[in-house]
Design a protein around this ligand. Structure first.
Ligand SMILES: *Cc1c(COP(=O)(O)O)cnc(C)c1O
Length: 465
């Protein structure tokens, strides 16, 4: 690929990098996140040509714009092809119509039943490609609120040049989520349960990565949703949606169950690249920090509450920093806000910034009763079984104004991944697949650690020699 695209840090203190380095670097050394120095635009003619392309071909057209000469166009096509060969639906992310002008975008057809597979399958293939070029090995470190870990483990389990260390909050994810990770038997996989919340896990990762010497000596790389490649892969299904639904004269809203702000940020970037998205709804559960931010401008951390949608039980929405950078445009301002958040647990956005955000985003939070009744209602009236995260997005979309006469709900996980919650509500277990039934009986392996960065570092020192 011949693009000249470069990546810069949202905090402005790290040097510009090319695509390959950004993928392996993860978090920038100044604490910021990498973002392209400009947004490539896809013109209308090209967009309408997507109608006759497969998911994989659309993926190629979108992803190629972000990649430089570190990879040839045929190799990129091959990587995309391999990445999606393990999905159980030929359309990869099929759309299903659930009501007039309302669709579910099914993102759970990958091997671990959540949308994280869409990016992680690609990233593992891509890293394997780069590593085998020069016979290198890497150690991958990530925190998961339940789904990223499984997707990473699945993607990397047969990448011999890698070791994978995944932190999850002990006893705070669903049993099926945990089993998808802990039943994978491979010498290069380490499951670490931390006695704390997802935010604690994420903070441990951030702290380890801010220790530049440790990171270098242990050759660590991150695959959290802070990794640029994740966002890049997730843009594709927004383009796919527009290629398959007639959006002429429609006001289009996407409703996205949001935790770390990666999935919905991908929609925002797709819009910047030319897609006619009118509104992006940040759907939240009781952990409603982003809803409060959009309402009042005050971004204030509170204690994480446990809900039936654990993948979005998050207060620290890392990717929101990328949006702030894009809206504000000044890395020094972003940097100040992030330092303020870290030291005081809060920052405030002024009206000018807030108005710019509200041009693209709205946000509604839903409580546990609403999530439950929406699952029941979808089953009884829309003949569809949805998981609690999809339910957050659907329930939240119902609070948006009806000027948006075409709504796409991101269905981010298969209901079987949260089978106990869904079974209890519907008195039905037909949706539990054989795959889930079989992993329930498999032996698990994991290491349980206190919420202490030094314990994790000690483990890494022992395992990476
Ligand atoms: C990760 C996840 C989300 C949230 O996505 P973010 O990019 O973190 O906002 C929503 N639903 C499910 C099922 C997830 O696994």
């Amino acid at each position: 690929m011949k693009n000249n695209i470069k990546y810069i840090s949202t905090r402005g203190q790290s040097k510009e990098l090319g695509f390959k380095d950004v993928i392996f670097e993860g978090l920038a050394s100044d604490g910021g996140l990498y973002i392209p120095n400009e947004w490539p635009i896809i013109d209308e003619k090209t967009l309408s040509s997507f109608k006759s392309l497969s998911y994989q071909e659309i993926a190629y057209e979108v992803i190629k714009l972000y990649i430089d000469d570190s990879i040839s166009s045929q190799d990129l096509r091959d990587i995309i092809e391999k990445s999606y060969s393990c999905f159980d639906h030929k359309d990869i992310t099929p759309l299903s119509k659930i009501a007039d002008n309302k669709y579910l975008l099914e993102l759970y057809h990958g091997p671990t039943y959540a949308f994280k597979d869409v990016a992680m399958q690609f990233i593992s293939q891509l890293m394997d490609y780069y590593l085998s070029e020069n016979n290198k090995t890497i150690n991958i470190l990530g925190a998961t609120s339940g789904d990223t870990g499984a997707a990473a483990i699945e993607g990397f389990k047969s990448v011999q040049s890698s070791r994978v260390f995944i932190l999850h909050p002990y006893q705070k994810i669903s049993e099926v989520q945990r089993k998808f990770m802990t039943t994978v038997k491979s010498d290069n996989i380490f499951n670490i349960a931390i006695k704390g919340s997802f935010d604690d896990c994420q903070n441990i990762i951030k702290e380890i990565f801010s220790d530049e010497d440790f990171k270098k000596s242990k050759n660590l790389t991150a695959i959290n949703s802070i990794n640029w490649a994740r966002i890049m892969c997730q843009m594709v299904y927004y383009f796919y949606t527009f290629s398959r639904i007639d959006t002429v004269d429609k006001k289009v809203l996407f409703s996205v169950p949001t935790g770390n702000f990666g999935d919905i940020l991908a929609g925002y970037i797709a819009k910047k690249m030319g897609l006619k998205i009118d509104m992006l709804n940040i759907a939240t559960n009781d952990n409603d920090i982003l809803t409060r931010t959009l309402n009042s401008g005050k971004h204030e951390l509170r204690k994480v509450k446990e809900t039936s949608s654990p993948s979005i039980d998050i207060q620290i929405s890392s990717n929101f920093e990328r949006l702030l950078f894009d809206i504000i445009g000044d890395p020094a301002v972003v940097s100040d806000l992030m330092i303020e958040l870290k030291t005081t647990g809060t920052y405030e956005l002024d009206d000018e910034i807030l108005d710019k955000i509200r041009e693209h985003f709205c946000s509604f939070s839903v409580n546990q009763d609403e999530v439950n009744s929406t699952i029941i209602n979808a089953y009884e009236n829309l003949k569809t079984i949805i998981d609690p995260h999809t339910s957050v997005a659907l329930a939240s979309s119902e609070k948006c104004t009806d000027e948006y006469n075409l709504q796409v709900i991101l269905s981010t996980a298969h209901p079987a991944k949260f089978k106990d919650t869904v079974m209890n509500l519907l008195n039905n277990d037909n949706f539990v697949t054989d795959k889930v039934k079989s992993i329930m009986n498999m032996k698990e392996e994991m290491i349980i650690l206190e919420n202490d960065v030094n314990m994790v570092k000690k483990l890494l020192r022992e395992e990476i020699v």
